[in-house]
Ligand binder design. Sequence first.
Ligand SMILES: NC(=O)c1ccc[n+]([C@@H]2O[C@H](COP(=O)([O-])OP(=O)(O)OC[C@H]3O[C@@H](n4cnc5c(N)ncnc54)[C@H](O)[C@@H]3O)[C@@H](O)[C@H]2O)c1
Length: 432
Amino acid sequence: MSTGTQPISPPHRPVRLAVIGTGSRGMTYGREGVRTGQAVVTAVVEPRARRRELAAAEFGVPAGRALASWPELFALPDLDVDAVVVATPDREHTEPALAAIARGLPLLLEKPMAPTEEEARRIVAAADAAGVLVCVAHVLRYSAYTQAVLASLDAGAVGEVVSVDHLEPVGWWHQAHSFVRGNWRREDTSSPMLLAKCCHDLDWLSAVIRRPARRVSSFGSLSHFTPANKPAGAADRCLDCAVEPTCPYSARKIYLDHVDDPAARRWPLSVLTEDLTEAGVTKALREGPYGRCVYDCDNDVVDHQVVALEYDGGVTASLTMTAFTPMAFRRTRIFGTHGMLEGDGHTLSVLDFLTGETTTQQVLDPADPEAGDGHLGADAALTTTFLTAVAEGRPELVLTTPAESLATHGVVWAAERARHGGRVEEIPAPVS
Ligand SMILES: NC(=O)c1ccc[n+]([C@@H]2O[C@H](COP(=O)([O-])OP(=O)(O)OC[C@H]3O[C@@H](n4cnc5c(N)ncnc54)[C@H](O)[C@@H]3O)[C@@H](O)[C@H]2O)c1
């Protein structure tokens, strides 16, 4: 058995992967591993029967190895697995992660690594004690765009980094889909919005600034998607609503108007139903959560939040996460002593204070409709990195240790304490 610190043998055979949670993320990793020939999926765990059957059929999982619960996986007499993907909902990460680590199995663990700091600490402690590779899915770190930003900073393009301004433009309809009507709408069933959406951003800022965060404050609230803002005459469901034509959050506009669009069918329509006909989507909007009025859901996560950070040495950063934008990739401005870098996921531009000239680097082609897929190609890069690390016993290929993941998740939890307490939170230095 490999813990991810020795090569699997014989060398370079495909990694035998168990995927726990065959929803959107689990299938992404499984498919990418199979597409590259780096992995074969030898087991799937999924409580939804239809999803389980479809995943097992797609991956050719042997009989008896498409399971409804993860304890059944670890109880198999012949495990036949080299590594595990945990891509379950936010509150279902800790126990299967600990079970995989206890079996010495390298783990690709979806973010957030756990819903609470205490659970995340248990995962890190278990991984450290067992010497097991745990790769938390900080996908943004793995993109060509991020590598270009880091290369530019390393080349001294802006001198010393002094401050950073970072925007996470969630997008009005994406907010409505995931964070008002959908699976991430409530803290008690998923996570605070900052953990669900921006543990990526706070991790990314740490990667770019390369210093530990020391102090944080934060403000934010759920301002718009509340019953108080329900227009007069609005119905409980968009398909019955008289004011739907004037509502930008209309489920008819977000879903039904896009049933023929292949990209929309992949996401978000596939989240609503497996019957992607007009009738199937209409049924989902009549009966399911995604047809509800956005002003009349049981949501409580924020729709806008700011975080102000101070890092070691006085470097500062601000993060704005807001629903009220087009859905776009993050935008960042990095202010240095000798220049300013601006990036939007596709393009980097650097203004050199000495020459007054701006140089622009096109990392991805904005005209290529697929260039931005999968977190700008980072889903594929992360999968390949993890599988190579497992196959070759090279854990150093993974860009974060569990302790580093815990530290950047810790910034999220500190920001949430600051927001709720209306104060500045100190972030203790990690205990090594
Ligand atoms: N890295 C990223 O950029 C990124 C992006 C989106 C989501 N996520 C995270 O990935 C995780 C999965 O998200 P998703 O979008 O794939 O959700 P999803 O709902 O599409 O998939 C989750 C799957 O897990 C299954 N499941 C539920 N309980 C389970 C259990 N106890 N054991 C096994 N399977 C179980 C569900 O039936 C579902 O099929 C979440 O934690 C989410 O926050 C990460």
